[in-house]
Design a protein around this ligand. Structure first.
Ligand code: WQD
Length: 333
């Protein structure tokens, strides 16, 4: 198939490019490098021996986006271009709502105009809010999102669901990611946020490289086994493989919703200790107050992904820690 990845040079998009190319698909990418670098394209080529067809601009530019739909006979779109920093979204709500919602509308409009039948959307477990029960199945109630970033993900889901209702021939897939971490085993692509990271694993990585002195652990008084927050960490390569299967299997009309998580919850300290053990590096940390908006525990019930896509996460926490450090050593030291 010929697949457009909007946001294809970002952390998740770049891993999806690799898995699609290695599965024999053709890939078209639009990205404006707002949260990535041009070298990623070279890295994708080094890993796969194949090129993506690349366009540099923001999908908000409707005219340019239309020219991509005109020039390429697309079979499907993977929509993963979005601003994604929770804290920043509180400071810049207008930018977040504009970028995340408008890009979704432009993509949907062009799919309708050029009869592209299928879209896979990068959603997030954040749409469940503070879970009433864990593990989370796709039938769990959607929760109240506590920040503009989360609100945009819930709204993007809603937009695409409404578009599918009005265009019943379309296939809309909402993939709800849990906590993607790790990097490609080549160490050529991975996550390297600019400045001080918001997310746990990039922060640990920067403590390991010496760029930051110590990790702040946000709260040790949650109702969890060791008091620190519990999440479902998923290797980004497993996540990317889930997209290949979703593109290939969710090709029937309708709205398909699927969690991508491992079903296992690990605490902040589990992650710290696993990283230390696997990589032989000490990660100094201090306990800090809880981070506003954080929840105690969140992990997936991944049964649907197994039943409907034949997908199960193959990589474990040790792989995630090893691959993160391998990427950091190759790219940052
Ligand atoms: C994980 C755990 C923190 C940093 C958020 C978004 C979600 C998604 C991923 C983005 C929590 C603790 C973290 C630190 C810490 N989307 N922590 N010290 O909060 O589960 O999810 O990011 O693209 O939508 O909500 O992930 O990695 O920030 O935090 O103690 O410096 O680590 O409190 O328990 P989170 P995270």
């Amino acid at each position: 198939m010929n697949i457009l990845i909007a946001g294809g040079t970002g952390y998740i998009g770049s891993h999806i490019c690799v898995e699609l190319l290695e599965s024999g698909h053709d890939v078209v990418v639009i990205d404006d490098f707002s949260n990535s670098k041009p070298d990623v394209l070279e890295s994708i080529y080094k890993i796969t021996g194949k090129h993506v067809k690349f366009y540099e601009f923001n999908v908000l530019d409707e005219e340019k986006t239309e020219s991509v739909f005109k020039e390429n006979k697309l079979d499907a779109v993977i929509h993963c271009c979005a601003f994604k920093a929770v804290g920043e979204s509180v400071q810049k709500p207008i930018e977040y709502y504009t970028n995340n919602l408008m890009t979704t509308l432009v993509v949907a409009k062009m799919m309708k105009k050029y009869h592209v039948p299928s879209i896979v959307f990068s959603s997030s477990a954040t749409v469940y809010g503070d879970p009433e029960v864990v593990p989370l199945t796709e039938d769990c109630k959607l929760g109240v999102t506590t920040n503009p970033y989360g609100a945009t993900k819930a709204m993007m889901e809603r937009i695409l669901t409404d578009v599918q209702f009005a265009n019943p021939e379309m296939s809309v897939t909402l993939l709800r990611y849990f906590n993607p971490i790790g990097a490609h085993e080549s160490g050529l692509i991975g996550e390297n946020p600019k400045g001080i990271p918001n997310n746990l694993m990039p922060y640990i990585m920067k403590v390991a490289t010496g760029e930051l002195p110590e990790l702040g652990v946000f709260g040790d008084d949650y109702d969890t086994p060791d008091g620190t927050g519990v999440r479902d960490y998923i290797h980004v390569v497993d996540l990317a493989k889930g997209h290949v299967l979703a593109i290939e299997k969710y090709n029937t009309p309708g709205v398909h919703i699927c969690n991508l998580g491992t079903g296992k919850g690990y605490s902040v300290l589990d992650i710290v200790h696993a990283f230390e053990r696997v990589n032989g590096i000490k990660i100094p940390y201090v306990i800090k107050p809880r981070r506003p908006g954080d929840i105690a525990t969140c992990y997936a019930d991944p049964t649907r992904a197994k039943e409907q896509l034949g997908w199960v996460a193959e990589k474990n926490l040790d792989d995630m820690c090893r691959d993160t450090w391998n990427f950091a050593k190759k790219q940052l030291l």
